[in-house]
Design a binder for this molecule. Structure first.
Ligand SMILES: Cc1ncc(COP(=O)(O)O)c(C=O)c1O
Length: 438
């Protein structure tokens, strides 16, 4: 299988040097709960829920059953004029759980498509209101908002994306918050709006907490960003792709700051990883601008696909009715306690938790300097972490530079979390040797 994969598949992002020379390629054949089995017969813990997609675990019967039922009845119909029961049910559930009056969902197949749609929406919204020059998007360095040219322009990863230049015009960047005295970073957004010209700025986009450097903004940041956006008539787009669907201990990450964005993007875990489906959800006042005669800003053949939406509607039912927000919060607190021993390692500079997501920041033991330089991006320490984790039975996508991310499924058992804690200690032990050598 691995040989055939190497011959015919182009595995995302990983070069041959990682897949072959470092023996990172695995073909997974079976999954159950928080565990995966590969075609070699080995078992791995799904350390970051398959890139934050599978918090409800593998091998479930309920989500596939909901998807199969919809597919048997009618897999898809539309997307122009027509839709299906699955799509309606998903949109209804999203409206019921999203903050404030975020109510109208535009369904897509991926986070990238949802953020591209949000770009088109924001520009069209302003033009329809007679504001013809607002085309810029302010985002944070180090952020990622999708693989399209618009998403890349809003992402702050210049070192990685310059090879694709020119990107969409209008991407403007500011420094991300650090978790301490973040009002100044919110105010940088005001300064940037002023310097760019408020009449040119369409929206501010950000993740509640970004994976790069994994800094959790303090309590002042998002409320102040919201105020600034309101003051300048700029839309606020919150990208919940990673932290949505209970990861943070609340259904939506932005709820921790009690802020309602104008547009919210939800992806990854929306179907529990069982189907490719995402959503851009907009508030009433945004939807109202499109009035009776304007259509949605995009059309995509599989946007709102019935069977994938039915999978997500079922997953949303599970998140809500089984109070997965509380489950994630409580497992996260337990795991943090189990990890308390890692503070002993001189290479551990900090450990931060956001629900059931813990980031362990590594530092140079001699200088104390952090390796978490994700916004500049070298990925040397990150690659080493993934390689060593895989060898001891933890499957995890590439980490961000200098941060060991731990984001296990919400179905993890106590024994699973103990395995995670032991594995993390073991890898930090190995990394201590490597990093002490410089
Ligand atoms: C914050 C954020 N936005 C958007 C995306 C793009 O989503 P997708 O990979 O589903 O296209 C990602 C993917 O990692 C992401 O982390």
């Amino acid at each position: 299988m691995e040989r055939r994969a190497l011959e015919y598949l182009w595995i995302h992002e990983s070069p041959r040097s990682e897949l072959v020379d470092h023996d990172m390629l695995r073909v997974f054949d079976r999954g159950e709960g928080a565990w995966l089995w590969d075609t070699r017969g080995d078992r791995y813990f799904d350390l970051c829920s398959s890139m934050w997609q599978t918090p409800l675990g593998h091998g479930r019967a309920d989500i596939p059953a909901a998807m199969a039922e919809q597919a048997r009845n009618v897999a898809t119909a539309g997307p122009i004029f027509f839709t299906t029961r699955g799509a309606v049910e998903l949109a209804e559930r999203l409206a019921a759980s999203a903050p404030g009056d975020l109510q109208h969902s535009f369904l897509t197949s991926s986070g990238s498509e949802a953020t591209e749609t949000a770009i088109k929406l924001a520009r069209q919204y302003h033009r329809m209101r007679g504001d013809h020059h607002r085309y810029k998007f302010i985002s944070r360095y180090g952020s990622y908002h999708g693989a399209g040219f618009g998403g890349l322009a809003m992402s702050g990863r210049r070192h990685r994306d310059s090879v694709y230049y020119p990107l969409m015009p209008g991407g403007v960047h500011v420094m991300p918050p650090t978790g301490v005295s973040d009002l100044q970073y919110a105010e940088q957004i005001r300064d940037t709006i002023e310097l760019e010209g408020p009449e040119t700025v369409a929206a501010v986009i950000g993740e509640p907490v970004a994976i790069t450097e994994f800094r959790i903004p303090d309590e002042t940041y998002w409320p102040r960003v919201r105020e600034i956006c309101d003051e300048y008539g700029v839309l606020l787009i919150i990208d919940e792709t990673l932290v949505g669907c209970c990861r943070s201990g609340r259904m939506w990450g932005i709820e921790h700051w009690d802020v309602t964005p104008d547009v919210m993007v939800v992806a990854k875990a929306l179907s529990g990883g069982y189907a490719p489906v995402a959503a851009m959800i907009v508030r009433q006042h945004v939807f109202a601008v499109f009035g009776r005669d304007a259509g949605s800003p995009s059309v995509q053949s599989y946007g709102g696909h019935g069977a994938t939406a039915a999978a997500a509607a079922k997953a949303m039912e599970i998140y809500t009715e089984q109070r997965m927000d509380r489950v994630a919060e409580s497992l996260g607190a337990d795991l943090l306690e189990m990890l308390s021993g890692v503070w002993e390692f001189p290479i551990v500079g900090d450990m931060r938790r956001f629900g059931l997501w813990i980031g362990i920041e590594l530092v140079n033991p001699a200088t104390g300097r952090s390796y978490a330089t994700g916004i500049r991006g070298t990925y040397q320490v990150a690659k080493e972490l993934s390689r060593r984790l895989l060898r001891i039975g933890c499957a995890a996508a590439r980490m961000s530079e200098g941060i060991l991310h731990v984001a296990p499924p919400y179905v993890s058992t106590e024994a699973d979390l103990e395995f995670v804690a032991e594995s993390v200690v073991s890898v930090l032990d190995e990394m201590s040797d490597i990093l002490s050598q410089g």
